[in-house]
Ligand binder design. Sequence first.
Ligand SMILES: NC(=O)c1ccc[n+]([C@@H]2O[C@H](COP(=O)([O-])OP(=O)(O)OC[C@H]3O[C@@H](n4cnc5c(N)ncnc54)[C@H](O)[C@@H]3O)[C@@H](O)[C@H]2O)c1
Length: 430
Amino acid sequence: MNRRSFVLASAAAATTLPMHAAADNPVRVGVVGTGGRGTGLIRIASKIPGVAFPALCDINAQNLARAQDLVMSAGGAKPEGYTGEEDYRRLAARDDLDAVIIAAPWHWHTPMAVASMKAGKYTAIEVPAALTIDECRQLVDTHEETGTPCMMLENWSFRRDNLAVLTMIRAGLLGEINHCHCAHSHDCTYWYFDKEGNPRWSGEYLIKRNADQYPTHSLGPVLSWMDWNCGDYPAYLTATATRSISVPNYFRKKYGKDSPQAKRVLKQGDIVTSVVKTIKGNTLVINNDMQSPRPYDNRWEISGTEGVYNEQRNAVYIAGVSPKQDTWEPFEPYQHKYDHAWYKQLERDAPQAIRSQEGHGAPDFLELLLFTNAVRTKGPTPIDIYDSVLMCAPIHLSEQSIANGSAPVPFPDFTRGKWKTRKPHFGVVS
Ligand SMILES: NC(=O)c1ccc[n+]([C@@H]2O[C@H](COP(=O)([O-])OP(=O)(O)OC[C@H]3O[C@@H](n4cnc5c(N)ncnc54)[C@H](O)[C@@H]3O)[C@@H](O)[C@H]2O)c1
């Protein structure tokens, strides 16, 4: 990669530094939580020249040491290690850090991000940033009080196909948008339970909550496709959950029908379907399905008055443009024609990053490049706090709706009315 990558243009970094500034102006990042994802993020961000890791924090000494070794093997100095449960506060207070990335278990995300913003550090939080409406509000309030930028690292917002679809929507190809479907269907049984079938920290949530626990990967691209927070806003949500049979079935086969693992009662239904109605009158279906044996699937589809895009079919149909009436045409030529400016620039300046299989490939690299670029230029982050919390709100709202017989639950307005006048911002390149 050459240094031009650092001026990757974005709304976040409309005023970029000169290209030679990267080395003179390093971005110093502290990471809290160096487990699977935290380590992956360090590995990817280490490929961005000028990004340094002076300090890392993890209560697990082995995970911490592994991450310290990783930084050193990428050519960095040994980061100072913190191991206490509340040491994220000491890390955030360091005056040699510009930013903090949080990749700890979910219940730590909001308290850690609040501490980091209060310490004046640019903050990036792994998904989901918040678990309750109260936590969403804490993040917004702290951001507004401190003025410190904070973003959730929702990597699917940065997928190449999703960004091309955004460009198509903004060019008016689908007409006026009225409906969207999205899903996060991913068999994560291995991530919820350890090798003996005991719940990991993540599995504890399946025992105590019945909700769409992970709506951000489905919603990531949808927010900007549907102009949420900038012209439209979700009014209310209804949610319905299936019974909980997949995990017990999995453990029955593995350990026998009388095993404690098979008899464990989970609150979490296998599949949660939420329906959202927006103030403009549009609708969105969100599926969450993370315990069933099945291949990965996001099932994105978005439609408007002129056409429809379908991710599963990798196809589009545009009235009067597609060659055959009522017949899908391949998405590929549209992907090429409407490729987002971020990817055009990555293609020119960092083609190996696009081909990389590290993490989830290009989207992970792009989100970290844009985040560190925002830190370096002191600009806004590519995903702002309002979009971050709106992607998390369905967790609590779906839980409330399910508990009340699928009753509609209103979305709080985290923008305090600003969604009516805010202009589209995500992915807008000046
Ligand atoms: N965006 C993505 O594609 C993606 C992929 C995987 C995971 N994630 C998210 O990343 C986060 C971490 O998931 P993971 O799979 O890496 O989990 P993990 O269990 O592998 O790692 C969590 C780490 O946090 C540490 N930790 C716990 N409490 C801590 C504390 N008080 N202070 C410091 N460290 C603490 C643990 O010791 C562990 O090393 C989750 O929010 C998860 O949802 C996102």
